[in-house]
Structure formats: C-alpha cells, structure tokens
Design a protein. Structure first.
Length: 169
C-alpha cells in the first residue's frame, strides 16, 4: 500500500544507530538526483513492511527497506549497467563485489541487497547509482547535509523547494 508521507522521526526511531547511514545515503541521493519518492507501508508482520523507492520516469533508482536497527539498500543492475560495473569493478570494495558476484541474474537484472547498519558502504552505493543513472539535479542545494532528514514520501518538487530553502507557500 502506497502512503503519502512518513515522518522522519518515526523512521529515525526504528533505524536507531543506522539512522546516520540513512541520512547520508538519502541526503546524497536527494542532493544529486531529482526523483520521485514513493513510500510503501505494508503488513507490519511481513518482512517487507516499510520501503522507500526513489523513481524517475517509471524506473527505480534504489529501494530502501527499513528494518529494526538497520535498512537494506536494493539496487537492480540491468545488462548495460552490469557491463559498466565490470569495467569499473576496481572502484568498488570487496563487500560490493562479493554481493555482485553472488547475485543471480534474473529476467530484469541482478538484484543487489546491502544491509546497512553504518556508513561504510555508502560511497560504493552512490557509485553504483551513478552507473544506473547520471545525476540529474540541475540546481544544486548548498550541501547534502540535512537533505537526508526530510519527511519521506514527498514529491520531487516538494523536496526541491525544501532543500533549496524556497518558501512552499
């Protein structure tokens, strides 16, 4: 079920110590990309309970799955993206390469899932996203700081106004 907005305070409480990694990753995504953010809230007893997807033009850049004290960053690499990854493989750490090598190729690509409890993999994930899609934000905010603390489920126009400090009236 898709919901409009999830207060960041609720997300931060559930993530616990992983909230700093969440803030850094979502801040970097919002800083570099103008994307729609779709929040999905499902059955609380199901493993895929709370998810945030960054999408543009019907294509998903990344999905973040919130869990208790961590979150999972899911990146799907299609054929062209896998070829680019192979060309740049030496730019990535051992954990990313291990996940890539262990992922099965499905009809829509390799599904890579990274369990994030801290910020150690954030830079590698940002590099993966750059392979998937070049940054598209035309007007850059002053810094990514604070971009990761926004309430989620906002439209890209609402996010742009907030991170640029424009009045939303």
């Amino acid at each position: 079920m898709k919901n409009a907005t999830k207060p960041y305070s609720e997300v931060k409480e559930k993530l616990g110590k992983a909230s700093s990694a969440w803030e850094k990753l979502t801040g970097q995504i919002r800083f570099h990309y103008e994307m729609d953010e779709l929040w999905y809230e499902g059955n609380p007893n199901h493993k895929h309970h709370s998810n945030l997807s960054f999408k543009r033009g019907g294509k998903t850049l990344i999905t973040l799955c919130i869990r208790e004290d961590y979150f999972i960053a899911v990146v799907v690499m299609g054929k062209a993206e896998r070829e680019k990854f192979e060309e740049r493989r030496e730019q990535f750490g051992a954990e990313v390469c291990k996940e890539y090598d262990g992922a099965e190729v499905l009809h829509d690509g390799k599904w890579l899932g990274f369990y994030l409890r801290d910020e150690t993999l954030i830079d590698d994930i940002i590099r993966l996203l750059e392979i998937k899609r070049k940054p598209n934000r035309k007007i850059m905010p002053k810094s990514p700081e604070g971009c990761g603390c926004l309430d989620i489920g906002l439209s890209c126009d609402e996010i742009t106004k907030i991170i640029l400090g424009e009045d939303s009236q």
